[in-house]
Design a binder for this molecule. Structure first.
Ligand code: NAP
Length: 308
């Protein structure tokens, strides 16, 4: 199937283009970006023009930041295209619900991707936890914003999510592997005095069976980067490390058979091919709901200004 890629920036170049090029399902037929392009691929700067001139491209993958993405997604769905969304699926929950309604009305596929759910050890972790009784879950997502988001002003603006941009990846794994639903009860958001978005956050959740569930996200991490989820259960401890690439159960490492993090985007594109083939949609808003709740319930603390 032909596919158009919109928003040729960091993640499009790093992950989407290689995943599409390596896929047996997809041909990159066009790009839409104000400045970016991909060698050898027809490029447009105007999205409406691409939609009008290329009716044979039935699928559009949107790699823009969350705030400008809704208009593109709505236009693509209105034009009868199947749509794949980078995470987070929108800048607000209402936007996401509107897209779900539009896709349903048009009879097309809408896929809200959560790339971290496709990390190699997430499915094995979910399977192991299914019949265990969890007593504690601790999420630690600490990285250096200067290293991973250099010069990305949008990420600090309203709708950019601040530290929840990576933190929502952790929440996408948590909501995938936990057998029981959780809901946020309290949060603290540390916001630099010159920014709109938080640079750090700590969250607490209620668990229906009383497990102690908490998360810490921090963008001020020098040196080693930490993307870890530790779960204590009646059968011992499971730890997911490196964003779901590695799993350790009771001190013993369990290795993936296939690619670890490199497999995330190829799996997303394989999922999209499957959804389009069956005419289904997949839009799970659970990670986004927890982030929205943190912004609703979170206590704000103003911290030192941040400069790139
Ligand atoms: P980015 O490089 O800053 O932006 C992607 C592209 O979107 C830009 O190159 C720009 O292309 C276009 N764009 C930006 N602002 C726009 C606007 N106001 N209107 C229209 N187009 C605009 O961002 P990114 O890091 O690729 O992230 C994009 C999305 O992917 C985010 O939702 C992010 O959470 C997600 N993601 C990122 C990473 C990562 O490691 N960076 C990993 C996983 C997921 P033009 O200027 O050429 O139009």
């Amino acid at each position: 199937m032909d596919i158009a890629l919109v928003g040729i920036g960091k993640i499009a170049v790093d992950q989407h283009v290689p995943a599409i090029n390596a896929s047996p399902d997809w041909t990159l037929a066009a790009t839409v970006s104000r400045q970016g392009s991909v060698d050898g691929v027809d490029s447009y700067t105007d999205f409406a023009q691409m939609l009008a001139e290329r009716p044979e491209i039935r699928v559009v993958s949107l790699c823009l930041p969350p705030v400008p993405r809704f208009g593109y997604a709505a236009a693509a769905l209105a034009a009868g295209r199947h749509v794949m969304l980078e995470k987070p699926p929108g800048a607000s929950l209402s936007e996401c619900h509107r897209l779900i309604e539009l896709a349903r009305a048009q009879g097309v596929t809408l896929y809200a991707t959560w790339h971290s759910r496709e990390a190699a050890m997430v499915a094995p972790a979910k399977a192991w936890l299914t019949d265990k009784t969890m007593t504690r879950m601790t999420v630690t997502w600490k990285e250096d914003v200067r290293r991973w988001h250099p010069g990305q002003d949008w990420i600090w603006e309203p709708g950019g999510l601040g530290v929840f941009d990576p933190g929502i990846n952790a929440l996408s794994i948590v909501t995938e592997i936990l057998p029981d639903p959780i809901h946020l009860t309290a949060a603290t958001l540390e916001v630099p005095e010159n920014k709109q978005g938080p640079i750090a956050a700590s969250l607490r959740f209620a668990h229906p069976k009383g497990a102690d569930v908490s998360a810490v996200f921090d963008w001020r991490q020098d040196g080693d980067q930490t993307w870890t989820i530790e779960v204590e259960t009646d059968a011992g401890t499971l730890a997911l490390h490196d964003g779901g690439a590695r799993m350790v159960i009771n001190g013993q490492e369990h290795r993936a058979e296939g690619p670890t993090l490199e497999g995330e985007y190829p799996r997303l594109y394989a999922n999209m091919a499957g959804l389009v083939a069956t005419g289904d949609s997949d839009v799970d808003l659970a990670p986004m709901r927890h982030v929205a709740d943190a912004f609703l319930l979170g206590r704000r603390e103003t911290v030192a200004p941040f400069h790139d």
